[in-house]
Design a protein around this ligand. Structure first.
Ligand code: ASP
Length: 298
């Protein structure tokens, strides 16, 4: 088997002293994704395992520890897409659930709709067998403190950072997934790019797959994930990633980053922010060192 899993922990500006640990968290998630790929041969299982690991880690802005709305609530966004059949599932403004990406995947597998929002998303989740989480179990002191800083004007940021995403390639088949709490102090009902197919997440076995992060309003207007995949034919994955981020900056003044895998299994990432933690785990790849190769950075 050949498999590649690439993970991001959000475009932003992680404090210098926390950068190495932030990237290590992505490394653990990429390893979890690669193990799932090896066990199942399924790229969707790989991205779900990687994103669940990051949703469970309170340092990242997804699932446990996600950022809060102006009212101090969790409204969670997530999406997944599978490149073999272009199936997709997403939830937006989902009330507290431990792993929104698993609810998004249930939407995908159910197949009647692509995107559920707010109360309807919660109802779908309940009927699919997911238990809602107690808000206090998912809201951290750090996210409360961050909201207080934003509301008091002590922190002026256009987005939260620490959003998570994963892209997997397994023997030519692709999947991508992205999950976030959105932006700190967002207005209730705001939906960003993360749950929108084409903006936050895209996968097509004929092209490649991508997960994005950054200022959601700009990513939505630019359709960044689909744009990056559209630049793959005739280019290296790194050139496609770099060109997509450059155009995103030029056309809509966007700030952010993306991870990308081509249909040949070549991984790449690009950002125009100070940091974007990333990790690449691969097995059986000619570019890999040893049996299961892992690289991390920010
Ligand atoms: N793109 C996310 C949003 O706007 C935030 C992020 O990537 O940090 O909801």
């Amino acid at each position: 088997m050949r498999a590649v899993v690439i993970v991001h922990g959000g475009a932003g500006d992680v404090a210098v002293e926390r950068r190495a640990a932030h990237a290590e968290g992505c490394g653990a998630a990429a390893r979890a994704g690669l193990e799932a790929a090896r066990a199942s041969g399924d790229p969707a299982a790989a991205v779900l395992a990687a994103v669940c690991a990051l949703e469970d880690d309170p340092r990242y802005n997804a699932g446990h520890g996600a950022c809060l709305t102006a009212e101090g609530a969790l409204e969670l966004d997530a999406s997944i897409m599978v490149g073999a059949d272009l199936s997709a599932g997403a939830v937006a403004a989902l009330p507290p659930h431990a792993n929104p990406i698993l609810v998004a995947d249930a939407v995908r597998r159910d197949g009647r709709h692509v995107l559920f929002v707010a109360d309807g998303a919660a109802r779908f989740a309940r009927e699919a067998g997911f238990a809602p989480a107690a808000p206090d179990a998912m809201i951290t002191e750090a996210s409360r403190a961050r909201l207080a800083d934003v509301l008091a004007g002590r922190e002026v940021r256009h987005w939260a950072g620490n959003t998570v995403g994963a892209v997997a390639w397994v023997d030519g088949r692709l999947a991508a997934a992205t999950s976030t709490g959105g932006t700190v102090g967002k207005l209730s009902g705001r939906v960003g790019d993360t749950p929108i197919v084409g903006a936050g997440t895209w996968a097509d076995d004929a092209l490649g797959a991508c997960s994005t992060t950054g200022v959601g309003e700009a990513i939505l207007r630019f359709n960044l994930a689909r744009d990056a995949c559209g630049r793959l034919p005739g280019a290296t994955a790194q050139a496609a990633a770099d060109r997509a981020i450059a155009a995103f900056g030029e056309r809509v003044g966007g700030q952010g980053g993306l991870i990308l895998v081509s249909r040949e299994g070549e991984p790449a990432f690009a950002r125009n922010t100070a940091t974007m933690s990333w990790a690449i785990a691969r097995v059986g790849d000619p570019g890999a060192r040893g049996d299961a190769d892992l690289a991390v950075g920010y």
